[in-house]
Every structure is written in C-alpha cells, then in structure tokens.
Design a protein. Structure first.
Lengths: 194, 84
C-alpha cells in the first residue's frame, strides 16, 4: 500500500515491454508489482510516432469521458518533480541510479543544478520527454516548449515544499542537454544555488 | 528553499495537450515523481501514462497506473488488447 500520511514520498517505476518486466520503488525501497488483471505480453515495442500518447495526472477518467467509472477517485494531494523517460533503459534496481532522484539517506530530492537539469540527465546524457516541475504556473509546462492541459492546481509550495537534503550532491551544470530557458522558468530562484 | 509542488483538489487533473518529442519506437520507460497526500479515499489515481493507438485501442500499448488505497498497493503494466 502506498502511504498517504501527509508526508512526501518518491515513486520510481521502470518497465520493459519486450521482457514484460517492471520494477517499482517507494522511497528507495522495492515494491511488489501486481498485474491488475491485465494481460502481459507478447513482447512489443511502443511506436510513439504513430500512436497516441495520453498522459494524465490526478485522474484516470477526464470530465466528458464516456467510460466514466467510480472505480477510482481523482487525486487530492500534491505532486512534484515528475519525470517520464522513454527510449532509454534505466535500471532503477541499481542504487546508484535511484540516487539520482532520491537521496538514499535523507529520502529527499537531490538538488537540481543551476541549469535546471538533474544529475541523472547530466551524467547519462538522457533527456526526459516529460519533466514537470515548479509551481502551478510552471508545472504544466514541459521542458522544452510543450504544455499540458492544466486544470486549476494550486501552488502548494507555501505549505508543502520539499526541503533540500543537506547531504544532497550538487552537480555542475553542463550544456549537454539544454532546456529552453530553464532558469527563466523558475524566476523565484528556488532551483538555483542555495 | 524547497522544491515547488502543485496541489490537486480532487476535481482537477493534468493532461497532455500536445505530443512531446518521443522516440519512434521503444521498449523502455521510466516514471518518477514525488507525491504528498493525506487523503484516505481508496483507490485514488495519482498518475497514469497511457499509450494507445486509435480511438478503439486497436493496437498494442500499455498503461502505468499508480493507485493507492487503505488496503493495498496496485500498479500495473498492461497490454491493451489488439481488439475491443
């Protein structure tokens, strides 16, 4: 069961549709996956260029969907620092890889560098296709140059900001995978140097 | 100092309005985020990623469903059927 205790928690999930494998971690501890009654396999690749990509946060059935259900409820809570990466194998069973997203000792986010990139992307040269970060104005803006349809979130920073870990590493910004005006997207400077 | 977050109130959601630049084809995926909730409503969706082809879901795809409840964890990596 996922905790809903009013504290911040980190979810990491990686999958391979060819092998049917899927790994998940909650706060740096492995979770057991269930298949939810679905069908696994046969092995396949996802053709992102010809098929539709639909991503939703906070709900499964959007208003107006004909297939509405009371099976699930919309999310009530906060969300931060969402990454979705396709096309690159990321072995989150490796503690060093998980440590790119969560400090293993403090169980808090690792510090974002001055260029707005996480150490993970700096070190591996991987660019996240979806990276949602910041307050209610900035969170729906993917990086770079892409926006989601955002429906009235509120900025929870005043009440629930994630503290930086005192032990987090601070990498050097690199221009290897530039984001569009990352610093401009965070004018309050919260993602900059302490 | 802190990482900023957004709040969902139960009647709001976030959805992509356009396609980001994606690889033509891939077997791998990664999803990571931070969440904070004290809601005890069972079977609440936090996030989904759905890859489908066409309105009838006639091609292969998958969805990652992260749900919490007071009783159990439920996640899935599911192949959407070839035909409906």
């Amino acid at each position: 069961m996922l905790p809903h205790d009013g504290n911040w928690h980190n979810i990491q999930i990686s999958w391979d549709t060819q092998s049917g494998s899927c790994s998940a971690y909650l706060d740096n501890s492995a979770l057991t996956m269930s298949d939810d009654g679905g069908t696994f396999g046969p092995p396949f690749d996802v053709s992102y260029d010809t098929h539709g990509l639909l991503w939703r946060g906070g709900t499964f059935y959007a208003p107006g969907d004909s297939s509405t259900s009371d099976y699930v409820a919309a999310y009530v809570g906060d969300l931060a620092e969402l990454f979705f990466v396709a096309g690159t194998p990321v072995d989150i069973t490796d503690p060093d890889v998980r440590a790119k997203f969560i400090d293993p000792d403090a169980l808090l986010p690792v510090r974002i560098d001055a260029g707005g990139l996480w150490p993970f992307f700096d070190s591996l040269g991987v660019v996240s296709q979806i990276w949602l970060s910041g307050n209610q104005d900035l969170f729906p803006r993917n990086y770079p140059g892409w926006s989601a349809t955002c429906v009235s979130q509120t900025d929870s920073d005043q009440h629930h900001s994630l503290p930086w870990s005192a032990t987090s590493r601070r990498p050097t910004a690199t221009p290897s995978a530039p984001r569009s005006q990352a610093s401009d997207l965070h004018p309050d400077g919260d993602l900059g140097p302490p | 100092m802190g990482v900023k977050a957004v709040h969902f109130n139960g009647t709001t959601h976030l959805q992509n309005g356009a396609l980001p630049v994606m690889p033509a084809s891939s077997r791998y995926g990664l999803l990571s985020y931070w969440y904070n909730t004290s809601s005890s409503v069972t079977q609440t969706i936090i996030s989904t990623i759905i890859i489908i082809g066409g309105t009838n879901r006639t091609t292969m795809g998958y969805f990652i469903l992260v749900v919490y409840s007071v009783l159990f964890l439920r996640m899935s990596l599911t192949l959407i059927p070839d035909s409906v």
